[in-house]
Design a binder for this molecule. Sequence first.
Ligand code: PFF
Length: 479
Amino acid sequence: MQENKRGQWGSTFGFLMASIGSAIGLGNLWGFPYKMGSSGGFAFLVVYLILVVLAGVALMMGEFALGRKTGTGVGAYAALSKKYRVIGWMAAFCPFLILSFYAVLAGMTLRYCVGFLVQIFGADGFAGQGSSFFGFLLYDSKSMVLFLALAMIVTMVVVMGGIQGGIEKFSKAVMPALGVILIGIIIFVAMQPGAIEGYKFMFKPDFSVFADPKSFFNVLKTASGQMFFSLSLAMGINITFGSYLSKDKSIQKNAVIVPFSDTLFALLAGMMIMPACAAFGVDYGQGPGLLFASMQKVFLDGMGGTVGNVVGFLFYFLVFIAAITSSIALLEVCTSSVVDRQLRKGKEPNRKKISLVFAIAIFIVGLPAALDALGSGGAALKAPFELLGLEIGGSGYAMWNDCWLDFYDMITEGVLMPLGALLMSLLLGWGLPNLVKDECEEDGKPFRGAAYFKFAFRFLIPVIMVIVLATQIQSFFNL
Ligand code: PFF
């Protein structure tokens, strides 16, 4: 298919691989297992699944429809009416800020990947630190900045290639490979003695965490933030990707396939990580360190030898590529916002130059997140709370006192995304109630589940978002 000036997907498969690639990333391979590990196990899983089915599918469908209807990315809101413009700004700011810390994490996975690769050939890949490398890397400012830059460069090169020539081509090549590597590691882990405890943790019904209502709301808030992040919702991604979708393609079908694949991948990631930790006696409940500290222990100390190095390499390669397909989507939202603006003004946009400028700006904003040792103290750069002279762990800033990464995350995943979803939902439910149905029917097939989606946009999603925002405010102020 011929690309127009904005670009268009060459095939449904290409669109799906790019959308699923955007959805599957650190959120699945890292966020999901660690949040499940530290907030309620099975109970978290159930709340998460309910949220995806009830709200995730509807939100994704709404975003695809918005993008295709208006033929533009985050400018979609302004295209509908000037008064909705602010939702678009929020949606454009999120990917910018998210990518600035996401690329730091992507860079770290690349560093681990290189480390294991070098070890396969007999050299020491972890600066003599072995499985204590995580604590070392965080204070190694040069490496942190170098690998942040590398992650940004890889992302930028793909985005510069455009929709079909860059994003679609890359996603089509790497996404199937990711599935194969993941399944391979899962089978390998399943054969290790003791792995069964990991599955039990994930799938044995246990709702003890709900005994206290406060912890129920906390699980709800964590699961909802995770859903937004994992499905790449409320930040313009699906609006942008939907805008490159031709009218004969089914929005409804794709809005089910993408969340389904993403959730399946998150579960498979859990089924790779939890049993691996269980088999090698590594604690999976310790939170964010799971991907780096715990998993490295599994490969270096647990499996050990060449097997550990090869599986470790494959594991971090998988995570890095998954992170890159997501980073690409994040940078594409920023880039397309300017490309579309210039096209509207009748100018000839220079995609390469625009991607470069954004990549540099995002790199600079990401530097604090790369230099504060994730708030471990005594790093090259102080964490936000330290700069403001606040006390660690004091009340009033519980959510963002840890580090710059948490601070950026709190602004986006914590506040702007639920707020954006609330506003979008109200818009699609009350302001423009026929938009989604009409757009979905463009492919000639009848719109299914109209009554449910109307209810979801009008009431269900807004109520969930208000609860999530209220819980966020409550935990922010330590009430
Ligand atoms: N969904 C990605 C993940 O789960 O890691 C993260 C992400 C990608 C968020 C793209 C937002 C986005 F636009």
